[in-house]
Design a binder for this molecule. Structure first.
Ligand code: SF4
Ligand code: SF4
Length: 445
C-alpha cells in the first residue's frame, strides 16, 4: 500500500503533460550568464578575469565561507565581463558572462555514457569530490551537498531518503531522470550511503509515476538490494522534506529542526545523479534536466540544459512566447517563482519553466474570512493560516513567532483551498521573512 504524510495536504491536478517527452539536448547558446548565487549561502568568488578563455567544466568561481559552492563554466568561450546582471526576480547579482565559442571539455572529465558501478573513492574523497564539483541540492533549496553529507558533531544519520515524489504539478524532469538514468541514480544513492556511513536508503516516488517505480524496482532488484523503492500516494506537498520523512519512516522533525535531528538525510533524485556524475565521472554540475511546459505551449519538452541559459533563449528555442501566455514561472505552479526578467538565466536548481495563460492566472476578488477552517485542514505543518494572515496584516511579530510562522514551508496549500480567495501564502511569506530576520538578529546577540 502506498504511504503518505499524516497532516493536511491537497490534491491538485498533476498535469504531467510532458511526461512522455524524452530528455533532449538543448542547442549551444551564444552567451552564458552564470550567477555567483546559485546555492544557499555566501556568493561564490570569480577566479577568472575578463578576456580569459575557459573550457567547458573549468572552475570559474570558488566557494567562500562554510556554506557556499564552486561554479564551473558550462561552455568553452571568452569571459566577456564579470558584472551585476538581473536574476529572475530582477535583483542585480554578480554574474560571469561567457561569449560561447564551442564545447571543448576540460581534461579529466569522463564523457563516456556507460555506467561506472565500482565506487573506488573513500568516504572522505567522495565528500571532497562533491565539493570540488559544486554539487548542490536540486530539489529546490540548492543547499551545498557536501555539507549535507557531513552531519555536525553529535549528529548521525541512519537512513538516506531519496526524493522522487515530484509532487509539483506539470514538472516531469525528475520522472524522466528516473526513467532514463535509473542505474546512475542508484549508484549515486550508494555513493551518498557510503559518504554518510548508512546501511539503508529509501527512494520515495508518487504512485502517479508507475513507470518510474517499476524501472527503479527492476534495476534495484539486481545489484542494489540495500535500496528500497517505495510508492507514495499522490498528494501535495509529498516532496517536502518533513512530509517525506513522515511518510516513509514516520519520524517527526522538530520545529525549526533539520532532518538530521531525527537521523535522516534527504536528497533529490537529480542530486543523486549529479553526485554519480561527480564521483564516478569527475563531472562538475554545469547542467540539469528542465521541463518546459504549460497548457498554452504547443510543444512541451524536457531538456538537458546548461546553467546560464537565459529564459529569453529558452522561449526562442521552444518556438517563441505562446500567444495566450501572460506569465512565466521558474518551477511549478505551487512553489515556482514568477520570472520578471526574461534576460535572467537558469541556475543549477532550475527544474522547470511553466507558461500560464490569463485564465490560469486570474485571481477572484478577495472576500472576508468565513472561518471555514479549510486552510487549517490543508496545512501540512499543523499551522493556522487564517490566524497567521490576520497577525501578519497587523504586523504582530511576537504573536506570529508564538504561532510558529517560522515552520511554514510556503507550500501554498492554504491559499489553494481558501474559498474567500485570501492571498494567504503571499501575506504569510512576507511576514515569515521578517520574523526569521528578528529571530536571527536575536540569536546573534
Ligand atoms: S503555506 Fe505555510 S501556512 Fe500555508 S499551508 Fe503551507 S505550511 Fe501551512
Ligand atoms: S480557508 Fe480562507 S475563509 Fe476559510 S478559514 Fe481559512 S482564511 Fe478563512
Amino acid at each position: 500500500m502506498s504511504r503518505t504524510f499524516s497532516l493536511g495536504g491537497i490534491h491538485p491536478h498533476d498535469k504531467k503533460i510532458s511526461a512522455n517527452r524524452e530528455i533532449g539536448e538543448f542547442p549551444l547558446v551564444d552567451t552564458a550568464y552564470i550567477s555567483m548565487s546559485q546555492h544557499l549561502g555566501s556568493l561564490s568568488e570569480p577566479v577568472v578575469a575578463k578576456g580569459d578563455r575557459v573550457l567547458t567544466g573549468q572552475l570559474i568561481a570558488k566557494s567562500t565561507g562554510f556554506i557556499s559552492a564552486n561554479i564551473h563554466s558550462p561552455y568553452t568561450g571568452i569571459i566577456h565581463n564579470i558584472e551585476p546582471w538581473p536574476d529572475l526576480s530582477g535583483n542585480m547579482v554578480l554574474h560571469i558572462i561567457v561569449k560561447v565559442e564551442e564545447d571543448e571539455w576540460i581534461k579529466g572529465i569522463d564523457l563516456d555514457p556507460s555506467v561506472e558501478r565500482n565506487i573506488k573513492l573513500s568516504k572522505e574523497e567522495i565528500i571532497k569530490r562533491i565539493a570540488e564539483c559544486g554539487i548542490v541540492g536540486l530539489g529546490g533549496a540548492a543547499f551545498p551537498t557536501h555539507i549535507k553529507l557531513t552531519p555536525p558533531p553529535g549528529k548521525k544519520a541512519d537512513i538516506l531518503i531519496i526524493n522522487g515524489a515530484e509532487c509539483e504539478p506539470y514538472l516531469t524532469s525528475d520522472y524522466r531522470l528516473m526513467m532514463e538514468k535509473a542505474e546512475e541514480l542508484l549508484v549515486g544513492t550508494k555513493i551518498m550511503m557510503k559518504a554518510l556511513g548508512v546501511e539503508k536508503a529509501v527512494i520515495g516516488i508518487e504512485e502517479n509515476k508507475p513507470g518510474a517505480i517499476k524501472k527503479l524496482k527492476d534495476t534495484a532488484r539486481k545489484d542494489y538490494s540495500e535500496i528500497e523503492i517505495e510508492s507514495l500516494k499522490k498528494r501535495y506537498p509529498q516532496g517536502g522534506e518533513k512530509q517525506l520523512i513522515d511518510a516513509l519512516v514516520r519520524r517527526r522533525v522538530p520545529s525549526m529542526g533539520l532532518p538530521i535531528d531525527v537521523g535522516v538525510v534527504v536528497q533529490n533524485v537529480g542530486t543523486a545523479v549529479a553526485v554519480y556524475e561527480a564521483v564516478q565521472k569527475n563531472k562538475p554540475l554545469i547542467d540539469g534536466i528542465v521541463t518546459i511546459t504549460g497548457d498554452c505551449l504547443p510543444d512541451q519538452r524536457n531538456f538537458r540544459l546548461r546553467v546560464g541559459t537565459t529564459f529569453e533563449k529558452i522561449i526562442d528555442v521552444v518556438g517563441g512566447m505562446p500567444q495566450e501566455a501572460v506569465k512565466v514561472l521558474s518551477g511549478g505552479p505551487m512553489m515556482g517563482k514568477a520570472i520578471s526578467k526574461l534576460t535572467a538565466a537558469t541556475v543549477k536548481s532550475t527544474s522547470g519553466i511553466l507558461f500560464l495563460s490569463q485564465e490560469q492566472t486570474k485571481r477572484a476578488p478577495e472576500n472576508n474570512c468565513i472561518r471555514c477552517s479549510k486552510c487549517v485542514q490543508a496545512c501540512p505543518m499543523g499551522l493556522e493560516p487564517y490566524l497567521l494572515n490576520k497577525l501578519a496584516r497587523a504586523s504582530r511579530m511576537d504573536d506570529l513567532e508564538e504561532n510558529m510562522i517560522q515552520d511554514c514551508i510556503e507550500c501554498g496549500c492554504c491559499a489553494y483551498t481558501c474559498p474567500s480567495c485570501i492571498p494567504l501564502l503571499d501575506n504569510i511569506r512576507i511576514a515569515k521573512a521578517s520574523v526569521l530576520k528578528i529571530m536571527r538578529s536575536r540569536a546573534r546577540k
